[in-house]
Design a protein around this ligand. Structure first.
Ligand code: HEM
Ligand code: HEM
Length: 225
């Protein structure tokens, strides 16, 4: 074996190890998403699905489940979508995010209409920001989908880059709102378990962000080339 051969064998060994770590991270993230979704589904039904439970249920399905899964569609190691062409992944992405964004926006509206815009708490401020960002993400997603038709007025790289950035911002603020949202359950869930839900939500936020941050980095570096 030549020195060049052994170097490339070493590189592919490292690439293999890295890929397995990424797959392990993906599985861990699915467990976190599943845990939060199933638990919130259960507690909201158990508590009788009042206004707060309906709000929490809709935003959990919309942001923590569908938005996270939709964002990870384009992630190259995702075993559920990595066999598909880019176009198919994008179709799955926009279908999941139209549903997820719709549930999330509906969940926010339930509270915005009832509490009449009351910005006294961090949860409300983050939630309202996520609500606005979600609407912008959905519009910018539509423009990213038709970026080739809009190339005369807006470069596709900028168009998709903006959607990627604002989409990531939406997910970040929504999961932070979710983090503070659990505290409203303090009368029915013990604090130590609220902390468990918060940590699991943060883990899922960090792990889901790997894909969009990688994509954003690639877009920024090809823009600066
Ligand atoms: C564990 C999940 C959640 C629970 C239990 C929860 C609970 C609540 C409660 C009780 C309020 C009313 C607060 C008040 O009296 O002022 C509220 C408001 C609100 N929440 Fe949540 N929330 C959760 C997750 C989220 C998420 C993930 C979002 C958005 C991404 C969100 C967006 C909002 C908005 C927009 C408001 C109304 C803000 C306003 O009009 O002032 N919530 N939430
Ligand atoms: C709230 C809703 C949405 C969020 C948070 C969101 C978020 C994202 C993110 C983070 C990416 C980059 C993923 C990656 O490359 O790893 C992306 C890509 C994309 N999204 Fe969305 N999205 C949303 C809704 C939509 C909608 C409604 C559409 C279409 C109607 C859409 C179309 C696209 C397209 C075409 C791409 C690929 C861009 C490219 O080729 O780089 N998105 N989205």
């Amino acid at each position: 074996m030549t020195a060049v051969d052994s170097k490339s064998a070493e590189r592919s060994l490292w690439e293999n190890i890295l890929q397995r770590i990424e797959i392990f991270i993906w599985v861990l993230n699915q467990a976190c998403i599943g845990f939060v979704t199933i638990y919130m589904f259960w507690i909201c039904i158990y508590k009788g699905m009042g206004t707060m439970e309906l709000h929490a249920f809709l935003v959990t399905i919309g942001f923590s489940l569908l938005m996270a899964e939709g964002i990870m569609c384009h992630y190259s190691i995702n075993p559920l979508t990595n066999g598909f062409k880019r176009k198919t992944k994008t179709t799955i992405h926009w279908v999941l995010l139209t549903l997820g964004g719709g549930c999330g926006v509906a969940g926010c509206l339930v509270m915005i209409v009832i509490v009449k815009l009351n910005m006294d708490q961090l949860h409300n401020r983050l939630g309202f920001a996520a609500f606005i960002l979600c609407l912008i993400s959905m519009l910018s997603g539509l423009s990213a989908l038709f970026s080739s038709y809009l190339r005369r007025i807006l470069s596709p790289l900028l168009n998709k880059g903006f959607h990627n950035l604002v989409g990531f911002g939406t997910f970040l603020t929504a999961l932070l709102a979710q983090y503070y949202g659990y505290e409203f359950f303090h009368s029915s869930i013990i604090w130590s378990f609220i902390n468990v839900l918060q940590v699991v939500t943060l883990v899922s936020l960090v792990l889901t962000s790997i894909g969009p941050l990688k994509a954003l980095y690639q877009k920024i570096s090809s823009y600066s080339d």
